[in-house]
Structure formats: C-alpha cells, structure tokens
Design a protein around this ligand. Structure first.
Ligand SMILES: [Zn+2]
Length: 79
C-alpha cells in the first residue's frame, strides 16, 4: 500500500512521522516520505518511521488534526 507524502506529494511506501512541540503545543504533525524525513532531520526535527499496520489509522487522525503547513514547510523553503 502506498501513501502520499504530505510535503512533496510523492507516493511512498514508507512513511515518517515528523512532529515538533513547543511548550506542550504541537506545532507540526506531518506524515512524510523518506527524503522529506531526511530533510526534516537536517532541520533538527524528529522523524519517526511508522509501522505499516498503524499508518492508515494515524494518517486519518493527522489529516483531521492539522491542515496547516506550519514551520516545517516555511523552514524548508529557506534551505
Ligand atoms: Zn516527501
């Protein structure tokens, strides 16, 4: 099963979960492909590889929770 990266919109079989928090507030909660996860790590963001079995459920939840392209997108344009 393939998923669409939330950042570059490429199809990927391996999803990475990138999150950032500041004072307990989630600033970023995003599912991305391997290359975007590497980019996130270069920016100092945690990127956790997701298990395929859990991905579908979490992906839906993230979709509902976020909807905004936050700091990650802004930062990566500067790189
Ligand atoms: Zn990507």
């Amino acid at each position: 099963m393939e998923f669409v990266c939330r950042r570059c919109t490429h199809f990927t079989k391996t999803l990475y979960h990138v999150t950032t928090e500041d004072g307990g507030v989630v600033l970023l909660n995003m599912l991305v492909c391997h290359s975007c996860a590497r980019a996130a790590k270069r920016l100092g963001l945690p990127a956790v590889k997701m298990e395929p079995a859990k991905t579908a459920v979490k992906a839906n939840r993230v979709e509902a929770m976020t909807g905004s392209r936050s700091r990650f997108a802004v930062k990566s344009e500067l790189v």
